[in-house]
Design a protein around this ligand. Structure first.
Ligand code: MF3
Ligand code: CO
Ligand code: CO
Length: 263
């Protein structure tokens, strides 16, 4: 088992898939507001992927070992939901925060990205958690270059999140991605600098930290997918798909509406 180095042709296709994932989030953004149901967001995403982008929703019926098929075209994780929230008849209300995580397949290649959205007027605490999580993801992205180690990414994310009084979810990680949705390597969002796999140009993986306002513990709900914080504290997540380039990194999940990197 080893980590693939993508060919120039594969990289070109991953750029397209990444842009399409990001454009899907752009398309959804004006719809993610007070009164909408998470199921409506899913339906909009499904129709845009299938009818406009001619992409395949990677999550729909996705069934990794030990899981039943995921029933929707994206994940909507509201408030204390850490990840893999299943869209349904939940109505978004003012003060909610929601992660929308999309994965499209174009020409056999996957683009995977998620953003946080605030609904109506967010609390100062919720806004701070979202902003710190975004900065944590970017601190992880910015250490990506040939010769760096995977542990460097986890280390900077953990150090920053914990310095802000938050905790890093341990059970889920970023992942290699390409023609396969989840492949090697596992990209932990905690760890020690200088440890783990050494990065090489041509690797592609996601960085997608889940940061809790309270303790790191999580539990899974009976639906077999939804993951929540054990202490019911708020949780936030952002995700980009990233290429290791000869002189650093290239974020592949970019489009007109991608939020700018933090200063
Ligand atoms: N998009 C998620 C990730 O970032 C995976 C969701 S799998 C699902 O890896 F089945 F829950 F949708
Ligand atoms: Co991912
Ligand atoms: Co994702």
């Amino acid at each position: 088992m080893s980590v693939q180095l993508k060919s120039p042709e594969a990289i070109a296709k991953m750029r397209v898939a990444g842009r399409l994932a990001s454009e899907l989030l752009d398309y959804l953004t004006p719809h993610i507001k007070v009164g909408v149901t998470t199921g409506e967001i899913d339906r909009l995403a499904h129709d845009y992927m299938v009818n406009v982008q001619h992409t395949v929703p990677a999550t729909l019926n996705y069934a990794p070992p030990g899981h039943k098929p995921y029933p929707a075209s994206l994940c909507t994780s509201v408030n204390h939901v850490v990840c893999h929230g299943i869209p349904g008849d939940k109505v978004l209300k003012s003060g909610d925060i929601v992660n929308v995580d999309v994965t499209v397949i174009k020409d056999g290649f996957h683009g995977d990205s998620s953003r946080m959205f605030t609904i109506g007027t967010p609390s100062i605490q919720a806004k701070r958690l979202i902003d710190v999580t975004y900065e944590a993801m970017w601190k992880g992205i910015r250490v990506v270059q040939p010769g760096a180690h995977l542990g460097d990414i986890g280390h900077v994310i953990q150090k920053f999140a914990e310095s802000q009084g938050y905790s890093v979810v341990r059970e889920f990680c970023g992942h290699g991605i390409g023609e396969v949705f989840h492949e090697e390597p596992q990209v932990l969002h905690y760890g020690r600098a200088g440890t783990g796999l050494k990065l090489q140009a041509g690797m592609i993986f996601t960085i997608e930290p889940m940061i809790n306002a309270g303790k790191p513990g999580i539990r899974g709900l009976a639906d077999g997918w939804t993951v929540v914080t054990s202490d019911h504290s708020l949780s936030a997540q952002w995700e980009h798909t990233v290429l290791v380039t000869p002189d650093g990194f290239e974020v592949l999940t970019v489009s007109a509406g991608t939020p700018p990197p933090p200063a």
